[in-house]
Design a protein around this ligand. Structure first.
Ligand SMILES: *Cc1c(COP(=O)(O)O)cnc(C)c1O
Length: 406
């Protein structure tokens, strides 16, 4: 069966050139980058070369501003806790948004338990944070603003440059979780006035388990891990040399291909959105139609459970995602869609497709071919849909049509 991967926001396959660049660092160049003999020095050089490539893609002023971590989650934890602990004499207030990734939200919850105060800004129907709300939320106790660069569920790109400017004017540190956008759309930390920026290799065709935190020179932050003196004494532990080399390679590839690839994906996305809205009734697009990540398509197919559609899609070889995640046996609707004022039943009927480098127009055509039938089949079993469709006679007709086609 044809397999079509449309869940690039969850993770991406390692680019073949990335895998190739990593291989020597598992075998002939296995040295510890902190040792003095040539084995170690080879590893050190490879790590520093990778740091340069990551710094270039991030628009950092110096490679020293890049600290390698174990991934996006650690970078977010490090940024929030590191700044909170280092600046608690100045204040105890943090501003974030209701639509952040759990790596930010749950760190904020932890900090609240440790005495910090957190403001969770609302978003509008598209998922946008209003920069004016950020400005109004700042008090003389505010030490950090953390707003994501682009949302992982609906792809909405936040007005980061405006928020960065407000943070700067008020002397408050600004962190942005750029895990979804890094390597996909241009990001220049300097221009955005970000003091801290998180990214993760596995979201841009690099390996899992390696990420980075950009820390602008002069930012007051305490380490998150204690031990040796690696990463300029900011993050102890022997460097993940192969992972870091792969991350560097992924950044180098992204630097060269991003402009063209983002344009290609946006065209595919727009075709996908147009087709899906035309072919399926009672459907809504979640997030902004254009101010969103190039590869993101998030829709709610009303009167059908997202998870039922995912299972049927999987049966047709298509990997996608839904806005309802089964957590602790209670089916919670997505916090992002909920914050965007999407009613719970509509949030439960959401589907997220995220396109990537290997997807083609044929892939989109295939989904547009199989999804309407999947939806039709599931809706025949949905009492809500049948009620919506009106009279009993019509329902029988629909049922009949369904039978004829099966
Ligand atoms: C994936 C993701 C993370 C977590 O990154 P990991 O490397 O998987 O820990 C954080 N924030 C956003 C927006 C993400 O999409």
């Amino acid at each position: 069966m044809k397999r079509i991967y449309l869940d690039h926001a969850a993770t991406t396959p390692v680019h073949p050139e990335v895998a190739k660049s990593m291989l020597p660092y598992f075998s002939e160049r296995f040295g510890n980058a902190s040792t003095l003999y040539s084995y170690g020095q080879e590893a050190r050089e490879a790590v520093e070369e990778a740091r340069g490539k990551v710094a270039l893609l991030a628009g950092a002023q110096s490679p020293k501003e890049i600290i390698f971590t174990s991934g996006g989650t650690e970078s977010d934890n490090f940024a929030l806790c590191g700044v909170a602990w280092a600046n608690q004499k100045k204040g105890d207030h943090i501003i974030t948004s209701a639509v952040e990734h759990h790596a930010v939200l749950n760190t904020c919850k932890f900090l609240q338990k440790r005495g910090f105060k957190v403001t969770y800004l609302p978003v509008d129907h598209y998922g946008f944070v209003d920069p004016d709300d950020v400005k109004k939320a700042i008090t003389n106790k505010t030490i950090l603003i953390s707003i994501m660069h682009a949302n992982n569920e609906v792809g909405t790109m936040e007005p980061i440059a405006e928020i960065g400017k407000i943070a700067k004017e008020n002397g408050v540190y600004f962190h942005t979780d750029a895990v979804q956008s890094f390597g996909h759309i241009p990001i220049r930390a300097e221009e955005l006035k970000a003091d801290l920026l998180s990214a993760s290799a596995h979201k841009l065709y690099g390996p899992k388990g390696v990420g980075m935190l950009y820390i602008r020179k002069g930012t007051k932050i305490v380490p998150f891990l204690y031990g040796g003196e690696q990463e300029n004494k900011r993050r102890a532990s022997t460097e993940n040399v192969a992972g870091i080399v792969g991350f560097g390679k992924a950044c180098e590839i992204a630097e060269g291909t991003m402009t063209e690839e983002s344009r290609r994906l946006a065209t595919l996305r727009d075709k996908f959105i147009k087709g899906i809205l035309e072919k399926i009734e009672f459907i809504q697009l979640n997030g902004h139609p254009t101010k969103k990540l190039p590869g993101n398509v998030n829709v709610s197919v009303k009167y059908v459970e997202g998870e039922s559609m995912l299972l049927k899609l999987d049966g047709k070889g298509i990997c996608a995602s839904s806005g309802s995640a089964c957590t602790s046996s209670i089916l919670e609707p997505s916090h992002v869609l909920t914050a965007m004022d999407v009613p719970p039943d509509v949030a439960h009927s959401s589907l997220r497709f995220t396109l990537g480098r290997e997807n083609t127009e044929e892939d989109v055509d295939y989904v547009l071919e199989v999804l309407p039938d999947i939806v039709k089949g599931l809706r025949l079993m949905s009492p809500l849909y049948q009620k919506k469709r009106g009279s009993y006679k019509e329902i029988c007709q629909i049922n009949q049509e369904g039978k004829d086609e099966d």
